[in-house]
Design a protein around this ligand. Structure first.
Ligand code: COA
Length: 167
């Protein structure tokens, strides 16, 4: 992670309404749903802030437990069970002012590392993403995610490969 930014759990102090990643549904999720989902225990959101202006959000991602049906996975991704447990990277976005500077990749590493820690404590074989559009799917393919069978927008990365990626 860039030294300038720190990744912290979302709280009521963050200016969620001021965040703009250029995709209205992702802005609206952060502004209207993320804190409620966190309080309900359905998804956990982390935001990137600076020490100087700790309420300003520069990037965020949300993680939630999930499971994937074995029959949409390749043999190496699945296990002996009908469903395979993992973590859904439910949202990930970078402020438009930071686009194309390498931050998206760093935010993804942050999200994967938190998913890997959760898997270390409680299991989980996959990280799953539902890409919003083809550009987002391409971003995840660039980072070694592969589409599940029959859905090019749902992509997975094995936790074993996450650990390799994180070194
Ligand atoms: C997708 C998003 C997170 C990328 O963030 P970013 O900061 O612009 O991307 P980065 O500069 O960190 O790029 C990291 C790497 O991914 C690559 N990349 C970025 N966007 C890409 C795309 N659409 N397709 C393929 N590769 C992509 C970059 O070339 C770079 O490669 P490198 O590390 O080999 O040099 C950002 O554009 C964003 O927030 N978009 C709106 C929200 C969104 O679509 N989120 C996806 C959730 S479904």
């Amino acid at each position: 992670m860039s030294a300038e930014y720190e990744s912290v759990a979302l709280s009521g102090h963050h200016d969620v309404a001021g965040f703009d990643c250029g995709v209205s549904s992702l802005n609206a999720w952060l502004a209207e749903q993320a804190l409620r989902a966190q309080q309900a225990g359905t998804a956990r959101t982390f935001v990137w802030v600076t020490a100087e202006v700790p309420e300003k959000v520069w990037a965020y991602f949300s993680l939630a437990p999930t499971e994937v049906a074995r029959d949409v996975l390749s043999r190496g991704q699945s296990s002996g069970y009908a469903t395979v447990p993992g973590y859904l990277l439910a949202r990930l976005a970078v402020h438009t002012d930071l686009r194309g500077l390498g931050y998206g990749g760093q935010v993804l590493i942050d999200a994967l590392s938190r998913a890997a820690s959760a898997a270390e404590a409680g299991g989980g074989r996959l990280v799953v993403v539902d890409a919003l559009d083809n550009a987002a799917a391409s971003f995840y393919r660039h980072h070694d995610f592969t589409p599940v069978k029959g859905d090019s927008r749902r992509l997975v990365l094995k936790m074993a490969n996450v650990r390799k990626l994180l070194g």
